[in-house]
Design a protein around this ligand. Structure first.
Ligand code: CU
Length: 279
């Protein structure tokens, strides 16, 4: 029979070995495939954060699985043992208690500090920061308003006459300042590949930043149950070149010009008209 000390040492060695084998796979194979990809500044930041969480999880999970496997293999009832008994109860074990408290405290504090630093470094990491963002990008921004409503999102471009469009088109390599709001119930603007997810609440101007760096399409979904057709509240957005964007926005302004007079003036929030849609 092994002493409890050698059981502990074997579990520790096997846990370290498992970590050493799995960690490079996590960093170099799983990490680059973690959501939400690398299409924007904040998406890249989120992928790094997801990888760091996995790296922290790896030794913890390795230890738990090794411990489980070891316990099943080493402490099972063997054939011929017709009088299996538990070991003596353990009351207080200073090394385990100190190790448990030290490791969990370090992990929790590290993640709290790392998470806060990442939020600031990535301009809020694609989440809404409310009307007064703490973390702002330094360069010029293109404001784009996202208006949630049952059951679609529409978009207004305040620097282009406040034109309201049904499609979200963004220029590449340009810092975007989303102003997310709603004119009826609560919604959530989730643009997966952009790494943006911000609450769309009535009466609230929720600001989120993102800088798209890859041309192409991205998915948009409402991520807050908002009524009967919530499941159909999805759309496809586009990231295009600066000149394509200039052409597109010009075309939208011409196209919507005849109905401009029916639009309320651009505002950070809108109060629904009780006699009108969504009132
Ligand atoms: Cu919705």
């Amino acid at each position: 029979m092994w002493s409890s000390r050698s059981h502990g040492a074997r579990i520790a060695i096997l846990s370290v070995l498992a970590t050493v084998v799995i960690l490079p796979l996590v960093i170099f194979v799983l990490g680059p495939n973690m959501p939400p990809g690398r299409h924007t500044s904040v998406a890249k930041g989120q992928q790094v954060d997801n990888t760091v969480l996995l790296v922290v999880m790896t030794p913890v999970t390795s230890f738990i699985l090794v411990y489980l496997g070891y316990a099943i293999a080493a402490f099972r009832v063997r054939k011929g043992d017709d009088d299996p008994r538990d070991g003596a109860p353990i009351r207080g074990h200073m090394p385990s208690q100190v190790a448990w408290l030290t490791v969990t405290t370090i992990l929790v504090l590290f993640l709290a500090v790392f998470g806060s630093a990442e939020l600031l470094a990535n301009n809020g990491s694609g989440g809404g920061q409310g009307p007064k963002p703490l973390a702002k990008p330094s360069g010029p921004v293109l404001p784009v308003q996202v208006i949630g409503q049952q059951w679609e999102f529409t978009y207004r471009y305040p620097t282009f006459g406040g034109v309201e469009t049904a499609q979200l088109v963004l220029p590449v390599n340009q810092e975007i300042e989303f102003h997310v709001t709603s004119i009826d119930v609560i919604h959530s603007f989730w643009a997966y590949e952009l790494g943006v997810k911000a609450d769309a609440n009535p009466g609230v101007d929720n600001i989120a930043y993102v800088k798209p760096s890859v041309l192409g399409t991205f998915q948009i979904r409402c991520a807050e149950l908002c009524g009967l057709w919530h499941g159909y509240m999805f759309d496809t957005g586009k990231v295009v070149t600066a000149s394509q964007f200039a052409g597109w926005i010009k075309q939208q302004r011409t196209f919507f010009a005849p109905i401009d007079k029916y639009l309320p003036a651009y505002s950070t929030t809108y109060s629904p008209d009780p006699s009108f849609r969504a009132g």
